[in-house]
Design a protein around this ligand. Structure first.
Ligand SMILES: Nc1ncnc2c1ncn2[C@@H]1O[C@H](COP(=O)(O)OP(=O)(O)OP(=O)(O)O)[C@@H](O)[C@H]1O
Length: 765
């Protein structure tokens, strides 16, 4: 062991001592705070004298209550703070720091040694930093520079200086395992080690090895929109997660995890990334899928198709031309404009309403509502006209209500009331008349009061629906776009899409069954929101959209409107665009219009880290311009394509391969299929493999082991070894990107099987 190493281990030991003593102190403080909290809770009411006899007594009671509540809140928050810090220190006990820079600030003679870890650590005197948080301004030098002139940004301005040396440390459980002077070593040793390791159920933080381009994403701080376009495995999701941690650190006084939302592809992905932030001592942001949002907003009215079901349909149905044409049109910017113009035109004509019915009787007909709506001046805003129509309808219902009081059905219903219902009504009316609990029996109920109450109760749901604007026939209005060709022609201002009649047919048929195709759900919701007024969320400050190539222009526009004050970070890879609406789209140009060019910055990530060099060299040939993807220089086995004669042979071979891979120590092995249908078939044929798991769209968690999974669900996730179940089924150009996505899930080993001739994508030109 050389002297330098020994000195460094000594330094680690010193830091570990400080961590231990700070933990000791904090543990005492945390337990003291906890008992404070329990004490205050236990004696809360002893400390407050409740007296409401006079106004002054009442005021005193309120003040007393408030003081106690405040004391409780302070103790609770100090306890939480101490517990959170303890959790971070516990993590630092394992890895106190991972890097160091020796930096000489311009105008200073001394060179400072800056150690970098997941959080800052002060010395016992609280004067000097022993460790700097990786998110501190000075730490960016570690990620951005090689030895030589360097600079970093602080709130006070730019600091210039000289980076003398840069060190990487591998410390585990407080023991220094290795250290590298990165100005001397060639290649990134630690990154090599990290990438060469296995994976587990969760994605891990990458703070020790963040690369320069990734650091730009993490620390990006200007404009409303950051777009990251990066190759498969280039660290887009990783950068996004560290960016959340960075934002939570930088804006800790004004931003919390609740104000950040990550739109992710599915529940399994959510579980896969759920550990990164806690690993860094931060709370997880909110995670949702767009489908969850659509369901939340529309599932009362419709059964909404899931995007994976849409894709599964396209992958497993023979004639999909109409559906493909429908998807491409409905996801287009053109259709977005159509919906907007449609809303404008509805101000003049075309609004459809529903009859206001009660006990199979019409109170106001749809035609009368339309006539009323259009009787208002068009100079009045659309929403005001709607509001006025709503109030007019409520008045109509009120008048109707009075007429109903004396109808025979009311008497019949009163007779049918159970004793309990009768008593409830009696007490309610008595209380309304001013009788209290003790005097309620003195009340003499007039029968007409009961009749009024009954009619009122019966009409309540109807009034509620009117107040919520449910008298608008949204389905009919949307359907109109597909039944009135002249209207669509006028709104579109150009030729109708190919197969228009067939598109109309499938759309109308589906709507009639109260179902919404996935491609209709966002346009429908947009139209509904434009008509009813947008429900916006003003508390969210940052939105992250991962796998953004799967979102249509509609969805972007929609999300922007939904979160009007939020900044957006969009991450995606068009080579993995597997949904039909995106076929042919190769970049995020459409996003330029979202906030304007000046608010948008695009960062490209060309280097790919997930897979070994031979795997990346193999997969990049599958896509156009794949040569721009730069593999990280990590060696491994060449991918192998095995052609078999029939399914029987296929299953025998795959089973043997899985056993072999397990023998080599691989713990996460995926058998990737083209569709869910193929996955089910493969799973049933391979059940002899011990503990094999079938992963489906509905699987809530990412499971480790030997899994069978459809390619579209494997997106965003990675496996130590990937077996492509049958490479011969990827023939059509429309599944090229799906095939690429499947192959790029492999970290160390990629094996492809093919029953008969393999996919033409594998034939070298
Ligand atoms: N700087 C880094 N240091 C260590 N590991 C990294 C780094 N960047 C990426 N990785 C690793 O590379 C793998 C791929 O990263 P990630 O999943 O973030 O990529 P991605 O661009 O989102 O991929 P895809 O688009 O294929 O889903 C992960 O295992 C991640 O930990």
């Amino acid at each position: 062991m050389n002297l330098l190493f020994q000195q460094q281990q000594k330094h680690v030991n010193g830091v570990m001592k400080t961590i231990a003593s700070q933990m000791n102190r904090l543990e005492k403080e945390a337990s003291q705070r906890q008992s404070d909290v329990m004490n205050i809770r236990k004696h809360f009411w002893d400390e407050v004298k409740v007296n409401t006899d006079t106004f002054d007594d009442f005021l005193e009671t309120i003040i007393g209550l408030r003081q106690e509540a405040q004391a409780l809140a302070v103790s609770q928050s100090t306890h939480q703070h101490a517990a959170k810090r303890l959790d971070v220190l516990q993590r630092m006990q394992n890895i106190p720091y991972f890097g160091r820079i020796d930096f000489t600030e311009q105008g200073h003679s001394a060179t400072e040694q800056i150690y970098i870890g997941i959080s800052s650590l002060m010395d016992e005197g609280g004067e000097d930093f022993l460790i700097y948080d990786w998110r501190a301004p000075i730490s960016s030098v570690y990620y951005d520079y090689q030895p030589g002139p360097a600079q970093y940004k602080t709130p006070e301005g730019i600091i210039y200086g000289q980076l003398e040396k840069k060190w990487q440390y591998l410390i585990r459980a407080g023991e220094l395992q290795s250290m590298f002077d990165t100005s001397l070593t060639i290649g990134d040793e630690i990154l090599q080690q990290v990438l060469g390791k296995g994976t587990d159920k969760y994605m891990h933080s990458i703070v020790a090895t963040i690369q320069q381009e990734q650091n730009r994403i993490i620390r990006h701080d200007k404009g409303r929109l950051l777009v990251v376009h990066g190759a498969a495995g280039s660290g887009k999701t990783s950068a996004a997660m560290q960016r959340v941690a960075y934002l939570l650190y930088k804006y800790r006084d004004s931003l919390n995890a609740e104000q950040i939302i990550l739109f992710s592809p599915n529940a399994m992905f959510n579980s896969y990334v759920s550990n990164v932030l806690p690993e860094l001592g931060e709370e997880n942001m909110q995670q949702v899928t767009f489908q969850e949002y659509l369901n939340h907003r529309l599932s009362k009215e419709f059964q909404i198709e899931n995007p994976y079901d849409q894709l599964e349909y396209l992958l497993t149905t023979m004639d999909t031309a109409t559906r493909v044409a429908a998807i491409q049109f409905k996801a287009s910017v053109r259709f977005f404009e159509v919906i907007k113009s449609y809303k404008e035109s509805l101000g003049l004509s075309g609004m459809l309403f529903q009859d206001i019915m009660f006990r199979q009787k019409s109170i106001v007909t749809a035609k009368e509502i339309a006539a009323h709506f259009y009787s208002y001046e068009t100079s009045l805003k659309f929403h005001h006209r709607l509001e006025k129509t709503k109030n007019w309808l409520l008045t109509q219902v009120k008048e109707f209500e009075k007429r109903e009081w004396s109808r025979p059905w009311v008497e019949d219903e009163i007779e049918l009331l159970s004793n309990e219902e009768y008593h409830k009504a009696y007490v309610y009316l008595a209380k309304k008349k001013g009788f209290n609990r003790d005097s309620v029996t003195d009340y003499e109920m007039e029968p007409k009061m009961l009749a009024r109450l009954l009619v009122h109760q019966k009409l309540k749901p109807l009034k509620k629906r009117i107040a919520a604007l449910h008298f608008i026939d949204m389905k009919g209005i949307y359907q109109q776009l597909f039944t009135d060709t002249a209207l669509m022609q006028k709104l579109l201002e150009e030729r109708l899409p190919l197969m228009w009649e067939a598109i109309c047919q499938i759309t109308v048929d589906t709507l009639e069954e109260d179902k919404l195709f996935y491609e209709d759900a966002t346009p429908f919701l947009l139209m509904k929101e434009l008509i009813q007024g947008f429900q916006t969320n003003l508390s969210i400050k940052h939105i992250f959209i991962d796998e953004a190539q799967d979102y249509s222009p509609f969805q972007f526009e929609f999300i922007k409107r939904l979160f009007p004050i939020a900044k957006m970070t969009v991450l995606g890879d068009f080579n993995q665009a597997i949904f039909t609406h995106a076929s042919g789209v190769v970049n995020f140009d459409v996003l330029q219009h979202l906030y304007g060019q000046e608010e948008m910055e695009v960062i490209n990530l060309a280097q790919s880290y997930r897979s070994t060099k031979p795997i990346i060299e193999f997969t990049r040939q599958l896509i156009p311009q794949g040569e721009h993807i730069i593999p990280f220089d990590r060696d491994g086995e060449q991918p192998v394509v095995t052609q078999v004669a029939n399914e029987e042979e296929l299953h025998l071979d795959i089973k043997a391969k899985v056993e072999e891979l397990k023998g080599l120590g691989y713990q996460s092995i995926a058998i990737i299929c083209q569709s869910a249908a193929e996955s089910k078939h493969a799973y049933e044929a391979l059940t002899a493999i011990e503990d094999i798991i079938l992963l489906k769209n509905s699987s809530p968690k990412y499971e480790q082991g030997v899994v069978v999974i459809p390619a579209y669900l494997a997106k965003g996730i990675e496996f130590e070894a990937v077996i492509i179940y049958n490479a011969s089924v990827y023939r059509d150009e429309s599944v090229r990107r799906l095939f690429y996505t499947a192959c790029t899930r492999a970290m160390h080993c990629l094996q492809l099987y093919s029953v008969g001739q393999p996919s033409s994508f594998l034939q070298k030109e």
